[in-house]
Unconditional design. Structure first.
Length: 165
């Protein structure tokens, strides 16, 4: 038997753009098919060229600190509409990022869990786009039957950020 030969696939063109961070510790990666004319809420990849990785737990519109087992009265003030929930959720995300030494543009990964993705996604996308102010992280969105914190919650988001050195 002869030695196996491994043939590498042809190199494809990729595009790298510095993310809007003053220190340039993140790079957005695009590949063939990308166009700046396509309106998206995520990018295919982000490369960290420095910094410290920060993992943010799933955040909802519920108070970030609440009892376990859950006490329903702690969630009584949570809005029932997606507009109210997404605004409160992103306020909580701002708190977590700031406590970890991160800015919004340091978010590299966002996992979004919807209880009704078709009904709520457009509202969340619009709010998220304005909140990031031009920065676009990598992202995955899924629909789940229910969120663990409270049955009235409609959205949970977990993120990974890279704080600058």
């Amino acid at each position: 038997m002869g030695a196996q030969q491994c043939i590498a696939p042809p190199r494809r063109e990729c595009f790298t753009d510095a993310v809007s961070s003053a220190d340039g510790h993140l790079e957005v990666i695009h590949h063939e098919g990308w166009s700046p004319d396509i309106k998206q809420v995520y990018v295919p990849a982000i490369r960290a060229t420095g910094g410290r990785t920060v993992y943010v737990s799933g955040i909802t519109a519920a108070p970030p600190y609440h009892d376990h087992p859950h006490r329903p009265e702690q969630f009584a003030a949570v809005p029932t509409d997606i507009e109210g929930q997404v605004a409160l959720l992103f306020e909580h995300l701002d708190l977590a990022l700031a406590a970890a030494g991160c800015r919004r543009q340091d978010v590299v990964r966002m996992d979004r869990f919807f209880t009704n993705v078709r009904e709520d996604q457009d509202v969340v996308n619009a709010y998220q786009g304005a909140w990031f102010g031009g920065h676009i992280p990598t992202s995955t969105s899924v629909e789940v039957v229910s969120l663990a914190t409270d049955p009235g919650l409609r959205l949970e988001i977990a993120v990974i950020a890279v704080a600058p050195d």
